[in-house]
Structures are given as C-alpha cells and as structure tokens.
Design a protein around this ligand. Structure first.
Ligand SMILES: Cc1cc2nc3c(=O)[nH]c(=O)nc-3n(C[C@H](O)[C@H](O)[C@H](O)COP(=O)(O)OP(=O)(O)OC[C@H]3O[C@@H](n4cnc5c(N)ncnc54)[C@H](O)[C@@H]3O)c2cc1C
Length: 358
C-alpha cells in the first residue's frame, strides 16, 4: 500500500479502444518513463511510443552493465539495465501503455476539439494516434557516429555501444574517442580485465580529467592527437595504424565518438530549434507549438538521468494542469510577466529615489 496519494487509472479501461489519449509521450528513456509515470499517477491515459523493442533509453542500450553512481538513493550504484527495468515496471504498474518498435514520423494539428483542446494526431511508423498533449523525449536518437575506416572492416568486433562482456581475459581493446562515453568505456574494459589502448584525436580529451587519470593509472596506453590512418582485420585480430606511425593490435574496438544530430526528425515536427539543432523550449518545457513539450537530452545542456527525470516530471505536471484547467500555462505566463514588470518598476523607483536623496 503506497503512502502517497495516487489517483489510479481504472485497470478495466479498454486502452485498445480509446478515441484519444490524454498524453502521448515519444521515447521510453529516463525522461519519457518519468513523464509517463507522472501523468498516469494523475489518472491521465498515457501512451509511450518507443522506437526500440524495449524501454530504458541510453542506460539500457548504451551502458546496461555500467554501475551508475550519481543517482541519489543508490549509494552502491545501480546498473543501467536494472535502473531501466525498475522504472519500466513502475510505469507498467501505473497502467502506462506502450507501443514498441514504432518510430515517430510527425505530429499534426487537427480540427477535432475535446474538452477545449484541439486534438493532435501523432503519426508513427506503425500507426496514428490522437491525443491532447504530446511530450517529446527522444533523447539523442541513438545513432552513434560511425568511423568509416573501421566500418569497412565489416567485423562484429567493432562496437558502437558498450558490448556486454563479462571478462575480457587480458584481451587488448582499442577505445576510440575522448569524451565521457569513451572514458567510461575504457574504465569498464579495464574493470573486466581488458587492456585498453585509448585513441583520442584531440590533444586534450574533453571527458572528465579524473576519469582519464583513472584510465592511465590502470595501465591504459593513451594516444593523444592521434587518428587511425589504416585498419586491417586478419585472423580474428584488428591491426590499427595510427597517425604517429605506431601499430596497435587488438581483439576488438569500441568507438564512442558522439551521435548524429536528430535535426531531421525535429525539423519534421515544425518546432523551433536552437542554433545547435536541439529543440527550443520555454521555461515550462513547452516547444513553439502549443501542447507539445520537450524534455531530457533533446534540448538539455545537462545530460544526466536525474535531470531527464526531473524535466519529464515537470512537463507531465504542466500537461496535467493544462488538461484539468485549460489556459493554466498562459495565466501563469501572464502572472510571471506581471511579476517581472513589477520588479522592473520597483527597481526603477528605487534608483529614482536614491538619486533624489543624494
Ligand atoms: C556512455 C554514457 C554514459 C552515461 N552515464 C551516465 C551516468 O553515469 N549518470 C547519468 O546521470 N547520466 C549518464 N549518461 C547520460 C544519460 O544516460 C542521459 O542524459 C539520459 O539517458 C537522457 O534521457 P532521455 O530520456 O532524455 O533520452 P534517452 O535515454 O536517449 O531516451 C530516448 C528514447 O527515445 C527513443 N526514440 C528515439 N527516437 C525515437 C523516435 N523517433 N520515435 C520513438 N522513440 C524514439 C530512443 O530509442 C530512447 O529509448 C550517460 C550517457 C552515455 C551515452
């Protein structure tokens, strides 16, 4: 029995035959799952559409085995896989509905009105759904940037996500990239008895300096200002010729050099974008289109699970307020504007007063 008040959805509701959903969330990563849990706990019918075959987002697909240590409440850390499965279970138990293997195509406005809202039509690769509010939580889209010189080897020993390997057994592994993801990958290989060759294009890796030090201390060979100029695959072994002239022989390569921009998908949504291609939002996580919110990595500067959760929850509550009390956000915006105008006036009056008193 929960100690907090949750307004449960009716478990007998025929979710398959709803004419429209209160909220549709795109993406079942941390931001989308937290948003879904929050709307369902407020008795809003909630559908999450996910491109992959499972929920969880990056922690599930990019670092399932990594022990995440910066989530409050888990002093011993928690793996990406376990965290994802716990939040997914919580969402299912709150009667959030899921459609997997469906990708968002576009979101259209319709002329159909329901309780003061003009319904939106969410078009996916698998169907069309009507709803009152949409929350976009598609993260980085999981299209890792590829390295053509390694792709050309056509071997499964080149990885773009962290492979699930229990013990590398002394195997030599090339980790390519200098960001936090590459450094994390290097640490994970070392923790599983692998020998790391870290290959970084830049003179200074952009990832955390203390993680780099940890990787060095654990015996990695770190090649800075270095690119791979040639690669061969023979007899189960990869040979990488580096721009420095040295050759690295390894059993596998893990490439972590960032992600392709999701700009094309975002452009199809006709929402305003920031200069860097991310989705522009207002202080209430609403995009330039009314009733469409965006949360998590899709716009965020701070890319963390907890931040994605917090944003998903806030947007869900704003969506709930708008559904239960239409124009709530506009009234809030007007109130904020008035407060800032009052602030400006008070500041002007104060400076006028100090001038007269001089
Ligand atoms: C290697 C690595 C290590 C990290 N370590 C940590 C850490 O230790 N601690 C921490 O707090 N954070 C860490 N992060 C960051 C954290 O994982 C992200 O900030 C967080 O996952 C963002 O959540 P999100 O829901 O916004 O996006 P995502 O996790 O990217 O989830 C988005 C979901 O949307 C789906 N999707 C994408 N496009 C579509 C579409 N068109 N239609 C339908 N579904 C779609 C995706 O498949 C995915 O499931 C790490 C990231 C990486 C890459």
């Amino acid at each position: 029995m929960a100690d907090f008040k949750v307004t449960e959805l009716d478990p007998d509701l025929d979710f398959g035959n709803l004419t429209y959903w209160d909220v549709i969330i795109i993406g079942a990563g941390p931001a989308g799952l937290a948003a879904g849990l929050t709307t369902a706990h407020r008795a809003l019918t909630t559908l999450i559409i996910e491109a992959k075959d499972r929920a969880g987002g990056q922690p599930q697909f990019l670092y399932a085995d990594k022990r995440i240590v910066d989530i409050p409440g888990f002093p011993d850390g928690i793996t990406g896989e376990e965290l994802s499965s716990r939040v997914y279970r919580q969402a299912r138990e709150a009667f959030v509905q899921f459609r997997f293997n469906e990708e968002l195509v576009t979101i259209e406005d319709t002329d159909v009105e329901e309780k003061g809202d003009r319904l939106k039509r969410v078009v996916t690769s698998g169907g069309e759904y009507s709803c009152r509010k949409v929350i976009i939580a598609v993260g980085l889209l999981h299209f890792p940037r590829k390295l053509p010189i390694l792709d050309a080897l056509e071997t499964r020993k080149v990885h773009y996500t962290m492979p699930k390997i229990g013990d590398y057994d002394g195997e030599h592994v090339a980790v390519v990239g200098g960001g936090d993801s590459a450094l994390d990958a290097a640490v994970m290989v070392q923790q599983r008895n692998g020998h790391v060759h870290l290959i970084v294009r830049e003179a200074e890796p952009i990832g955390k300096a203390d993680t780099l030090q940890r990787v060095r201390d654990a015996g990695a060979e770190v090649h800075l200002s270095t690119e791979i100029v040639d690669a061969e695959f023979h007899g189960g072994e990869i040979a990488l010729t580096l721009s420095s002239g040295s050759v690295v022989h390894c059993g596998r390569a893990i490439v972590q050099i960032g992600f392709l921009s999701a700009k094309d998908t975002f452009q199809r949504l006709h929402v305003r974008l920031n200069d860097n291609g991310s989705i522009a939002i207002d202080p209430y996580y609403e995009t330039s289109r009314k009733g469409i919110f965006a949360v998590g990595d899709v716009h965020g500067d701070i890319k963390l699970v907890t931040v994605a959760w917090a944003e998903g929850i806030q947007a869900a509550i704003y969506a709930f307020k708008e559904i239960t009390s239409p124009y709530w956000l506009n009234e809030k915006r007007l109130r904020d504007l008035k407060i800032s105008l009052i602030g400006e006036k008070l500041a002007a009056d104060a400076s006028q007063l100090s001038r007269t008193n001089r």
